[in-house]
Design a protein around this ligand. Sequence first.
Ligand SMILES: Nc1ncnc2c1ncn2[C@@H]1O[C@H](COP(=O)(O)OP(=O)(O)O)[C@@H](O)[C@H]1O
Ligand SMILES: Nc1ccn([C@@H]2O[C@H](COP(=O)(O)OP(=O)(O)O)[C@@H](O)[C@H]2O)c(=O)n1
Ligand SMILES: [Mg+2]
Length: 217
Amino acid sequence: MGTVVDAANKEANGSVAEKKPTVIFVLGGPGSGKGTQCANIVQHFGYTHLSAGDLLRAEIKSGSENGTMIQNMIKEGKIVPSEVTIQLLQKAIQENGNDKFLIDGFPRNEENRAAFEEVTKIEPEFVLFFDCSEEEMERRLLGRNQGREDDNIETIRKRFKVFLESSLPVVQYYESKGKVRKIDAAKPVEEVFEAVKAVFNTKDEKRRGMLWEYSNS
Ligand SMILES: Nc1ncnc2c1ncn2[C@@H]1O[C@H](COP(=O)(O)OP(=O)(O)O)[C@@H](O)[C@H]1O
Ligand SMILES: Nc1ccn([C@@H]2O[C@H](COP(=O)(O)OP(=O)(O)O)[C@@H](O)[C@H]2O)c(=O)n1
Ligand SMILES: [Mg+2]
């Protein structure tokens, strides 16, 4: 107790005893490059990557009682009820020894956002938002070749509609709180990652600055 690091944790989490994990939400339209960039962030910055879509697809494969419902929702590009997705995210966080997570593809609507906050009491440190044109995202999704049942033009159009109507308002909500770090995601993978690195390096510099100020006060 009483060290500089304790003080910083206390400031970030409210109290040392109830230390919560650091969470960064990674948002952007379908095919904007969330999964690709998360893999890079994991390599460089030591976060654990949790993709809501991957967790839901694993749940279908596991033969869970919700599997058929989830499969139908994904095929229609619809958003699975929060309680299902949040339970999967919470379990993944609890089972992992890391204390910093990239949550990719969540929250995708207001219900996701409010329920996660209510259940976990976790506020994201910031929201990484990958901004990309529909034309480019469509091209990427049709070329993704991961055998996904939702990467066909009919479902892609539905997913774009859901993104505009339900997911963008969540980005706007965090924008109003000054939490959005917007990245031009239409560029090549390496250039996008340069912009991502700048966001994470700035965050680390700010934290070092805070600790320095504290230790000199
Ligand atoms: N900056 C980029 N330029 C071109 N293709 C990309 C870029 N980022 C990702 N991709 C490709 O586009 C497809 C979708 O990327 P992915 O990371 O799965 O996006 P998301 O998780 O946002 O749907 C993949 O085939 C990926 O290899
Ligand atoms: N928070 C979430 C995330 C994904 N999903 C479902 O999973 C699908 C695929 O999500 P994903 O994040 O893997 O898709 P991409 O944006 O990576 O292409 C979505 O279209 C939804 O049907 C959901 O219901 N709720
Ligand atoms: Mg993805």
